[in-house]
Ligand binder design. Structure first.
Ligand code: ZN
Length: 223
C-alpha cells in the first residue's frame, strides 16, 4: 500500500469513526468509482475526439454518480478527484480494497480503430467466482439503464490475457478479491453516440449509471 492510499484510507477511517461516535463500524454498501485515466503521466491518456475528452468526462460522471448514490444512502469513494493527477491501475484497485468496496466501477469512454462501433459495453472478470458474478449482475443492471437512454446494449464481456484478466484494473481488482468492472459508456467517435451525448448530456449517462448501481445493490440485498 503506497503513501497515497494510506493517506486516503486514514481519512476514511477518521470520518467513519466520527460518524459512529468513535467506533469504526462496517458499512452496508461501499462503491468505489474509478474515473478512468487522468493527466496521462501514469496511465494511458484518455480518448479524445473533439469536443469529447475522456479523462474529464469520466471524472464528471463519477462525481455525479457519487452524489446521487450518496443521496440514496450508499457510501462512495473515488480513486481520483482531479484531472491534474493520475493513479496507476493497480493503485486504483488497492484504493477500492482499502475502502472495503463491494465493487469497483471503472468509468471510461470508448473509441474504435475503424470508428464503426457504438453502444455501451461492460467488462467483468473472466476468472469466475464471485468477482465475475458480481460484475455480470452489476454490469447488466447498469446496461439496462444506459440502453433505456438510447445507447446500444453490447452486454457484459470478459477478456482474458496472458496473465488472467486482460484489463489491468480488472486483473488487479480480481487479485485483491474486489469485484471490478470497466464501464465503457459509449463511443465518442461514433455519430449516434456523439449525438446522444450532445442531446441528453453527460448528466443523463451518469444518472443511468447511478440508477443501475443502486438497483444492483438493492437486488443484491446490500442496501
Ligand atoms: Zn478509457
Amino acid at each position: 500500500m503506497n503513501k497515497f492510499i494510506r493517506k486516503i484510507l486514514g481519512t476514511a477511517l477518521i470520518s467513519t469513526a466520527l460518524a459512529f461516535g468513535g467506533v469504526v463500524t462496517a458499512q452496508a454498501a461501499v462503491i468505489v468509482l474509478d474515473p478512468g485515466h487522468g493527466n496521462g503521466t501514469i496511465t494511458a491518456p484518455g480518448a479524445a475526439v473533439d469536443p469529447f475528452y475522456e479523462a474529464p468526462m469520466t471524472l464528471a460522471v463519477a462525481n455525479q454518480v457519487k452524489s446521487e448514490l450518496e443521496a440514496a444512502g450508499v457510501t462512495v469513494y473515488l480513486t481520483r478527484t482531479s484531472d491534474a493527477t493520475d493513479v496507476s491501475l493497480s493503485d486504483r484497485a488497492a484504493i477500492a480494497k482499502a475502502y472495503g468496496a463491494d465493487a469497483l466501477v471503472s468509468i471510461h469512454f470508448n473509441v474504435s480503430g475503424p470508428h464503426d462501433k457504438s453502444g455501451c459495453v461492460v467488462f467483468a472478470s473472466a476468472m469466475g467466482g464471485n468477482n465475475s458474478l458480481v460484475g455480470i449482475n452489476l454490469g447488466n443492471s447498469i446496461l439496462q439503464q444506459t440502453s433505456a437512454l438510447g445507447y446500444v446494449n453490447k452486454g457484459v464481456r470478459g477478456r482474458i490475457g496472458t496473465h488472467g484478466d486482460y484489463y489491468g484494473v480488472i486483473r488487479s481488482g480480481t487479485a485483491l478479491n474486489v469485484p471490478t468492472i470497466i464501464l465503457e459508456q459509449c463511443y465518442i467517435d461514433y455519430p449516434t453516440d456523439r449525438a446522444l451525448l450532445a442531446s441528453t448530456g453527460l448528466s443523463a449517462a451518469a444518472h443511468a449509471d447511478a440508477v443501475g448501481i443502486y438497483n444492483y445493490l438493492k437486488n443484491a440485498g446490500k442496501i
